[in-house]
Design a protein around this ligand. Structure first.
Ligand SMILES: CC(C)(COP(=O)(O)OP(=O)(O)OC[C@H]1O[C@@H](n2cnc3c(N)ncnc32)[C@H](O)[C@@H]1OP(=O)(O)O)[C@@H](O)C(=O)NCCC(=O)NCCS
Length: 274
C-alpha cells in the first residue's frame, strides 16, 4: 500500500469534516486526480482472471474532491457555469479529437485516438484507444470503456461513485453499443459484443440465450454476442406483465466483427461518418 493510498484512507475517515480550507488533504487528493487524468491510476480494471477489480481508495479520493473544492464561476463567451471541478485540457498532446459541444472532466482518462462527438465524460471514467463517444452519449463517473469501442448516439453509460465497493460499468474492447442504450450499475458488455439500439442493461436484467432459452446471467453480455432488447412474460397477482430482458440472438466467432458494425467502422476510417 502506497503512502498516498494510506493518507487518502485517513482523510476519507474524516470526510464529514473536510472543507476547501484543508490544504493538506487537498494536496493529496489533487495528486490522485492528476494521476487519474494522465492514466497513471485507474478506479477499476479487469484483472487477468477476468474479474473487475475496484481500487476503492482512488474512488474515495474523488468523493473527497467534492468536499475539498468550492463552487467557482466560469464564463466562456455568453455561457456561464458554476461548478466545483475542472474540465480536461491538452487534447492535442493526448491525441484526442474533441468536437465542439463535448466536455470531459479532469480526472477522466482518454487514450490516444479517442473521438468525442458532443458528449460528456465524467470524472474517474477511463476510455481506451480508438473509441468513439458519439453525439449525446454520456460516460458516467468511473465507467471503464475499452479500446475500439463505439458508443453510438445517445448511449447512457451509468456512473457509480457510491456505495462503497460498487462495481462500475465495464464495456470491453471492440464492443458496439447501439443508439440510446442504457448500461448502468455495474453491468458489463464483453469483448466484441454488439448491443442492439435501445437496450437497457443493469444487474437485474436477465440476459437470455435465444437458442436455448437459458438465462446466461444478469447484467452481463458475454464476449462476441449480438444482443437486443426483448421482454419476458411475468405473472403477478395483478395480472400478466412484460418485463424487459436482453436476448442474445447471435454468437460470433472470437475476433469477428458484426457486418453492420464493420460497415460503421469502415465509414469512420474513411471519414465519411461523424
Ligand atoms: C442489433 C443489430 C446489430 C442486429 O443486426 P442483425 O444481426 O443484422 O440482426 P437483424 O437486423 O437481422 O435482426 C434480428 C432480429 O432482431 C430484431 N432486432 C434487431 N435489432 C433490434 C433492436 N435494436 N431491438 C430489438 N430487436 C431488434 C429484428 O427485428 C430481428 O427480428 P426478426 O428475426 O423477428 O426479424 C441491429 O439491429 C442494431 O440494433 N444495430 C445498432 C444500430 C445503431 O444503434 N446504430 C448506431 C448508429 S451509428
Amino acid at each position: 500500500m502506497s503512502s498516498l493510498e494510506t493518507r487518502i484512507g485517513q482523510w476519507f475517515e474524516r470526510i464529514g469534516e473536510m472543507t476547501p480550507e484543508n490544504t493538506e488533504a487537498r494536496r493529496d487528493v489533487e495528486l490522485v486526480i492528476t494521476k487519474l487524468d494522465d492514466g497513471q491510476l485507474r478506479v477499476a480494471e479487469i484483472a487477468p482472471g477476468g474479474d473487475v477489480v475496484v481500487h476503492e481508495w482512488v474512488r474515495q479520493a474523488i468523493l473527497l474532491l467534492f468536499r475539498l473544492r468550492g463552487l467557482e464561476r466560469v464564463e466562456v463567451g455568453p455561457f456561464e457555469f458554476l461548478d466545483k471541478l475542472d474540465l480536461k485540457h491538452d487534447y492535442e498532446r493526448r491525441g484526442v479529437r474533441v468536437v465542439p459541444g463535448a466536455s470531459a472532466r479532469r480526472g477522466s482518462f482518454l487514450s490516444p485516438g479517442v473521438i468525442l462527438m458532443p458528449s460528456y465524460v465524467n470524472i474517474g471514467a477511463w476510455v481506451g484507444s480508438g473509441t468513439m463517444v458519439d453525439t449525446w452519449a454520456t460516460v458516467g463517473s468511473c465507467a471503464q470503456i475499452g479500446s475500439n469501442v463505439h458508443l453510438a448516439g445517445g448511449v447512457g453509460i451509468g456512473g457509480v461513485l457510491e456505495p462503497a465497493n460498487a462495481v462500475p460499468v465495464v464495456i470491453e474492447d471492440d464492443a458496439f453499443i447501439g443508439s440510446r442504450c442504457m448500461v448502468v450499475e455495474g453491468a458489463r458488455v464483453g469483448r466484441g459484443s454488439v448491443l442492439g439500439a435501445g437496450t437497457i442493461l443493469n444487474p437485474s436484467i436477465p440476459v437470455i440465450d435465444a437458442e436455448t432459452g437459458e438465462e446466461i446471467s444478469r447484467g452481463y453480455v458475454p464476449d462476441y454476442c449480438v444482443a437486443v432488447s426483448a421482454s419476458r412474460r411475468r405473472e403477478y397477482p395483478g395480472g400478466e406483465f412484460f418485463l424487459p430482458c436482453v436476448l442474445v440472438i447471435k454468437r460470433m466467432e472470437e475476433g469477428e466483427r458484426h457486418n453492420k458494425v464493420a460497415l460503421n467502422a469502415l465509414l469512420r476510417d474513411h471519414g465519411v461518418a461523424t
